[in-house]
Design a protein around this ligand. Structure first.
Ligand SMILES: NC(=O)c1ccc[n+]([C@@H]2O[C@H](COP(=O)([O-])OP(=O)(O)OC[C@H]3O[C@@H](n4cnc5c(N)ncnc54)[C@H](O)[C@@H]3O)[C@@H](O)[C@H]2O)c1
Length: 282
């Protein structure tokens, strides 16, 4: 298989690319290496991938049709697309809202326009987010819940991605699957996320910074489970499907950090986890 992976220098994109290369697929990676967090980490992930002969990398912005169209035109052999590039993070959308519209909304349309022209496309799997459950009071979330009360711009752009993709599926019969990731953790993880921030504080002997006085709940799926689920979502159907990707169970560390209480923050959801029933359907 020949797989286009956007966001290949990112946390999940790196792991997906590495797994695909290990099983013998060709991977065409795209990433703009933006400075949302330390670019050295993105370059270090890429360095792990570039040793593989079957890996090709293009530094390009998915929101720029003039940059993306030539890449897909140059690689007509692409038969699978894993679209992960996005402006991630809930809280940063309060600081830099335009970057979310640019990468997540414009970027989604540019990718859909590019992939609908691929002659042998068998699947388009893209990252949505559990944040689409937003203001829902029902917990745990399930596959049939309504998702029309986003509480952050990030969530609104991810929901927009689902709706835009649904329209493209209807119009062009793109075999698309959206994955609503919960809070993923693991090696090479994102430095803006709780698992990394907590581990960093514990190792440095600093208090843990917790929000809403610790009254928050999350499902934490491990990256290997996400990658395994990702590779199963490739059946060649022309339909718009949504799946939730979550798993309980954090690994424990030998040291403990003392919490320092903080107030809740705008855009945060207090509880975000999913039902075991829908999880088993993945
Ligand atoms: N990690 C999680 O827990 C989580 C949870 C829910 C959803 N997601 C979604 O999964 C996907 C991957 O997340 P991640 O944790 O690996 O994030 P990440 O930030 O580590 O990876 C995203 C990559 O996309 C690249 N990128 C961003 N905008 C781009 C653009 N306009 N053009 C090209 N490249 C661009 C970034 O440079 C980065 O390397 C994202 O769509 C994110 O919204 C992640």
């Amino acid at each position: 298989m020949s797989v286009l992976v956007t966001g290949a220098a990112g946390f999940i994109g790196f792991h997906v690319s590495k797994t695909l290369l290990a099983r013998g697929d060709a991977v065409i990676g795209i990433d703009n290496l933006n400075p949302y967090y330390d670019v050295a980490l993105k370059r270090a992930r890429l360095a792990e991938l570039t040793g593989a002969a079957a890996f090709t990398f293009h530094q390009a912005d998915i929101a720029d049709p003039a940059a993306i169209a030539p890449i897909t035109a140059h690689h007509p052999e692409i038969d699978r697309v894993v679209h992960l590039a996005a402006q991630a993070g809930v809280r940063y959308s309060l600081e830099n809202p335009y970057s979310y519209i640019e990468s997540n909304v414009m970027g989604q349309v540019v990718m859909l326009e590019a992939v609908r022209r691929l002659p042998g496309l068998k699947s388009f799997v893209y990252a949505s987010s559990s944040s689409v459950y937003g203001g829902n009071s029902k917990q745990p979330s399930s596959v049939d819940d309504r998702v029309d009360t986003p509480v952050s711009l990030y969530a609104a752009t991810k929901r927009a991605d689902e709706l835009i993709t649904h329209a493209y599926c209807h119009l062009y019969e793109i075999p698309a699957t959206g994955l609503r990731y919960f809070t993923v953790y693991g090696p090479w993880g994102r430095p803006d996320m709780a698992a990394y921030l907590f581990a960093d504080a514990i190792m440095a002997g600093r208090p843990l910074r917790v929000f809403n006085h610790g009254q928050m709940a999350r499902d934490f799926p491990y990256i290997d489970d996400i990658v395994a689920g990702q590779s199963r979502q490739s059946s060649p159907r022309a339909a718009s499907r949504i799946h939730r990707c979550a798993r309980n169970g954090a690994r424990t560390h030998g040291r403990q950090g003392a919490p320092a209480d903080g107030a809740g923050r705008r855009g945060d959801e207090l509880r975000r986890y999913r039902s075991l029933a829908t999880r088993s359907r993945l």
